[in-house]
Design a protein around this ligand. Structure first.
Ligand code: ATP
Ligand code: MG
Length: 245
């Protein structure tokens, strides 16, 4: 079963499945959704399919999210450490850290380049200057990013405008939906408003709207795999292969 087979789509038009692709090393991904909508789990699933076998990927865990602590083979990292060279997954538990330290660390990452960055609760970035540099030059510097946060209106516009993939789960606030619609195609079925309420139709639990900007492709995705499956995938991909003699 491919990863995409694990998703149940609302659409019955199965040929659309051919248009689905995972983000690669040149992409910036932004995910928004109200609390409990499933962003972190979905983001972890995307990350479990990322190319951390080719370059290092670092998880910036601002909320001390348990799921990331459960990735046993993710190596712990500290702000004082050099940005790693070796491919693999690294985990930087970030709550309550001096904002200057985070900003300096982000510049260090930007300078080093060739490193993936996954930020859960990206709105907690202390100062968006380094993050802006990372997002705006990420493609040429090979810094793929995953930026997760609850409200699209609570993050700077460039976090969405620089995205190559924009994923939105259900949102509570009308202003958040309006922000989503500023950056998504009004003529795609996925983003059509309900005629009476003038709001985006509610999605079923853990469903999301997926917009692949480069391919101008959007669809509604069903729930991603459960946490055990995601953790197993990390484990499998991070386990060093035995050399046959
Ligand atoms: N696809 C899914 N299938 C089953 N359960 C899910 C799925 N996605 C998320 N959940 C569960 O729902 C809960 C909330 O999910 P998650 O933490 O990913 O939400 P969130 O949007 O990141 O919330 P917050 O903004 O508060 O961090 C978790 O217990 C998670 O395991
Ligand atoms: Mg979360």
């Amino acid at each position: 079963m491919t990863a995409f087979d694990a998703l149940q789509k609302l659409t019955k038009r199965d040929n659309r499945r051919d248009f689905f692709r995972f983000p690669d090393l040149s992409h910036r991904v932004t995910l928004n959704g109200r609390t409990g909508s499933g962003k972190t789990q979905f983001g972890a699933w995307l990350l479990s399919n990322a190319r951390f076998d080719l370059q290092p990927f670092i998880i910036l865990n601002f909320k001390d999210e348990k799921l990331f602590h459960q990735i046993e083979r993710a190596r712990p990292l500290d702000y004082s450490d050099v940005i790693p060279d070796k491919p693999g997954l690294y985990h930087l538990a970030a709550p309550g850290v001096d904002p200057d330290l985070i900003e300096k660390w982000l510049w260090k990452l930007w300078n080093k380049a060739n490193t993936g960055l996954f930020v859960d609760e990206a709105y907690l970035m202390p100062d968006f200057q380094a993050y802006k540099a990372i997002l705006t030059t990420g493609r040429s510097r090979h810094i793929p990013t995953y930026s997760l946060s609850q409200r699209p209106v609570a993050i700077p516009r460039f976090v969405i405008s620089e995205a190559d993939f924009y994923i939105s789960f259900n949102l509570n606030d009308k202003s958040d939906e309006e922000r989503v619609r500023e950056f998504t195609p009004g003529d795609h079925e996925t983003y059509l408003l309900n005629r009476e309420t003038k709001r985006l139709p509610r999605l079923s639990p853990f469903h999301s709207r997926w917009y692949d900007i480069g391919n101008d492709f959007s669809c509604v995705l069903g729930p991603c795999p459960d946490t055990n499956e995601i953790l197993e995938k990390f484990e499998r991909r991070l386990t060093p292969r035995q050399r046959m003699i």
